[in-house]
Write a protein that binds this ligand. Structure first.
Ligand code: CO
Length: 470
């Protein structure tokens, strides 16, 4: 028998970004990360995902930490490992479309502060919304990975994926990621999908999924056999549930096969030992809810990401209408269809979810319409794969004319204005970007930072005056 060619599978470790975003409400602090990164740096991971997504907002808002400072510290510690971030296309890390000058500057600063790989996605898979970020990453000599949001529906045929993969390659991506945020991709479907993508593109393929529905590690196995090169995993204490499959399990699964990662299990065990108390404490404090650790088969049934389900429950609770849960779950696919069948991922998941809740509790569909629903219908988030339901669109936007161009084409440069607004707090060039994304939260953080510095300076001056009495 001919010897099979060795093709070690590459692993992206997500514990410093997606895993704690999915399980710990993104509350892991830089302090909690730093003591273990020297060991993590020795594993030989393809990359460590450690920045972007919700980490930026959570650092400023809840942890009162400068996210840029975190990135520089991680860069300092990871001497051999590539650092990866998640970037929401023209939304950057926020929820609105930003002008190109802000997107370009954010990419430039992310890379100059230490990021190697930028994973860029758009919630509608409208690739026009990825262009600016991809070009900027190319220009800064970073690795531009384009992520396609995986979803199900009439429009999402194998030909759709094959075609869009080709267009992504033409756009200048260095690799392609299938981002299965809800854990909808089942093992045999994954093999089919990877094969189709391989026909459309020669880019390396990275598969990102969540364990939510319980199939994820089998999905990785079939995807790797079909030619997928990179998989995203989390070290075991922060794996499974709404997080990723466990790193050690996948490493062991491929041992002695052509896909053997060659990673050292003893080293991985030491890393797991470090994170075990983080898990234990989070379970004790209630930060980690045991509910999210089990198999949630409803995600397969309703094709709704786990995070979105918990949002729905709290929205209904607020309205005192928890008994409408099932009706809302049934309304979601209908709203999604009316809205051109988009993938359900931030921010489209919130928009569709909120609209479904309103449709049910108002007792009339589209009687109450939040401004984000209107923005989608006006084309202001971009183009959906399928057309909108024309009747619903008419009811929502009336006589207004929807746009068909790339939404950011209508935005004038924004940096000068942001610079002006945050000038009084600015201590580093990157501050304007924190401010651009989260103005109120950043302002509060800047004020907190100043107060801390005054306190420290005051204490130092105090000490000095005691040591050297005048
Ligand atoms: Co994810």
């Amino acid at each position: 028998m001919a010897e099979i060619e060795k093709r070690p599978v590459k692993i992206v470790e997500t514990v410093l970004r997606d895993a704690h975003q999915s399980l710990l409400a993104t509350r892991m602090s830089t302090e909690q990360m730093l003591p273990i990164i020297e060991k993590m740096d020795k594993v030989g991971y393809h990359a460590v995902e450690c920045w972007g997504g919700a980490t930026f907002d959570a650092s400023l808002r809840f942890l009162k930490e400068d996210p840029w400072e975190r990135l520089r510290k991680l860069r300092d510690g990871f001497k051999n490992t590539k650092l990866q971030m998640l970037f929401r296309g023209q939304n950057i890390l926020g929820y609105n479309h930003y002008a190109d000058d802000v997107v370009e500057y954010f990419v430039q600063k992310s890379i100059s502060n230490g990021i190697d790989i930028i994973r860029i996605f758009d919630c509608l898979n409208d690739i026009r919304n990825l262009e600016t970020a991809v070009k900027a990453t190319n220009k800064e000599k970073g690795h531009a990975q384009i992520a396609l949001c995986y979803t199900l529906g009439d429009a999402y045929t194998l030909d759709y994926w094959k075609d869009i993969a080709k267009r992504i390659e033409d756009m200048g991506a260095d690799s392609l990621c299938i981002k299965d945020m809800a854990g909808l991709l089942t093992p045999y479907k994954a093999a089919e999908l990877v094969q189709a993508l391989k026909e459309g593109t020669s880019l390396p393929i990275d598969l990102h999924t969540h364990y939510t529905s319980g199939v994820a590690s089998m999905t990785y196995l079939k995807a790797v056999e079909a030619g997928c090169e990179i998989i995203d995993c989390a070290i075991s204490p922060l794996a499974l549930g709404t997080s990723q499959p466990a790193t050690e399990v996948m490493v062991e699964t491929f041992r002695g096969t052509p896909y053997d990662t060659g990673y050292d299990q003893t080293l991985l065990a030491e890393i797991a030992d470090y994170f075990q108390p983080v898990r234990d404490e989070a379970l004790k404090s209630g930060l980690l809810n045991p509910k999210v650790l089990g198999v949630n088969i409803k995600t397969l049934q309703y094709q709704v990401p786990g995070g979105m389900l918990s949002n729905l429950v709290s929205q209904l609770k607020e309205a005192g209408q928890e008994d409408k849960y099932r009706q809302v779950l049934e309304e979601i696919p209908r709203v999604r269809k009316d809205f051109g069948e988009p993938p359900l991922v931030t921010p489209s998941s919130q928009i569709v979810g909120t609209q479904a809740v309103l449709n049910v509790i108002m007792g009339e569909r589209y009687k109450m319409v939040p401004k984000e629903s209107k923005k989608i219908m006006l084309g202001e988030f971009g183009q959906t794969v399928k057309p909108f339901n024309p009747e619903v669109q008419k009811k929502i936007i009336g006589d207004e004319t929807p746009i068909t161009c790339r939404p950011a084409d209508l935005l004038k440069p924004q940096l000068p204005q942001f610079e002006k607004e945050c000038a009084q707090w600015k201590q580093q060039e990157e501050d304007v970007l924190s401010y651009a994304l989260f103005p109120a939260v950043a302002k509060e953080f800047f004020q907190y930072r100043e107060a801390q510095q005054t306190k420290v300076d005051g204490a130092a001056a105090d000490k000095e005056s005691k040591a050297y009495p005048v």
